[in-house]
Design a protein around this ligand. Structure first.
Ligand SMILES: [Zn+2]
Length: 282
């Protein structure tokens, strides 16, 4: 059935101060955001994630992360920095990142894209063609050019020189072109003893650049993966209960020499000879 407002032309007549004009019809806007959402490559299990269905419970850092995510989504595209959600698996980092992405697509008609970091790297490697520059690659181009990129689960990929160069290329190009990015990672900056840090995984120079580009929001929380989903979606009380009963982490004494990590981070900041990325050169 044709749209009652515009007869499927996408333009509907309106009267502004006695003058007949046409404006975009809501049906056109909805069709556009539907198309943009399809193009955003959000994995099926996250496709319905929104702020409305993100369960918040008393947990200061989690609440702060939600507030900052919502503020980013409301302000986009006028944002100074991206967001970096850090914390253990299953606590809702990807949910929040997708909620922002979907909100921005719907409200602004922005071109946004979601990529799992390991899968993206695998795809770039699989299609790498030395005859065309890396930024011309069909895989890399939408990632670099999208108005909002979600790079999910950074740090889990097996580290190699090629991986770091390719990530540097993506991150630096977006930084230079002032395009915001939302990252998620399970790797904390100052992890428990024996754990690898975010700096170990992505390199300390990259970490320093990420701090320039993003507001870091580290939080802990109930692990959704352990919730009995057959009982229906968890309530705030369920999650608070799980969160409180989680085995407590070792305190500062158990944390890996954080002074050492901080020193490496400072060194990387004073290193001005940032080479930029040359993906695929090795
Ligand atoms: Zn219409």
């Amino acid at each position: 059935m044709a749209c009652l407002h515009c007869g499927d032309t996408g333009w509907k007549p309106v009267e502004v101060e006695g003058v007949q004009q046409v404006v975009r019809c809501d049906c056109w806007r909805e069709a556009l955001s539907g198309k943009l959402l399809d193009d955003a490559r959000i994995p099926p299990r996250y496709r319905k994630c929104s702020f409305d269905n993100f369960v918040v419970y008393p947990n200061e850092k989690l609440q702060k992360a939600v507030v900052r995510a919502q503020a980013f989504a409301d302000a986009f595209p006028v944002v100074e920095q991206g967001l970096f959600f850090v914390g253990s698996p299953g606590i809702g980092k990807t949910h929040l990142a997708v909620a922002v992405l979907r909100a921005v697509i719907r409200r602004c008609g922005a071109r946004g894209i979601f990529r799992n970091t390991s899968e993206l790297l695998k795809e770039i490697r699989g299609t790498y063609n030395p005859m065309v520059g890396p930024t011309e690659s069909g895989v890399l181009r939408p990632v670099i050019e999208s108005e909002l990129l979600v790079l999910d689960d950074i740090g889990t990929e097996k580290t190699s020189e090629w991986v770091l160069e390719t990530l540097n290329l993506i991150v630096n190009t977006r930084y230079n072109q002032r395009r915001p990015t939302i990252f998620t990672s399970n790797y904390e900056e100052y992890p428990e003893s024996h754990g690898e840090s975010l700096g170990d995984k992505v390199g300390f120079r990259m970490l320093s650049r990420l701090h320039e580009m993003c507001e870091f929001l580290e939080f802990r929380g109930a692990d959704y993966r352990y919730f009995e989903h057959s009982k229906g979606p968890p309530t705030a009380a369920d999650l608070l209960n799980m969160y409180k009963n989680q085995p407590s982490r070792p305190r500062e004494t158990g944390r890996r020499a954080s002074g050492q990590l901080k020193a490496r981070f400072r060194e990387s900041k004073s290193d001005v000879s940032w080479p930029g990325g040359k993906a695929g050169t090795s």
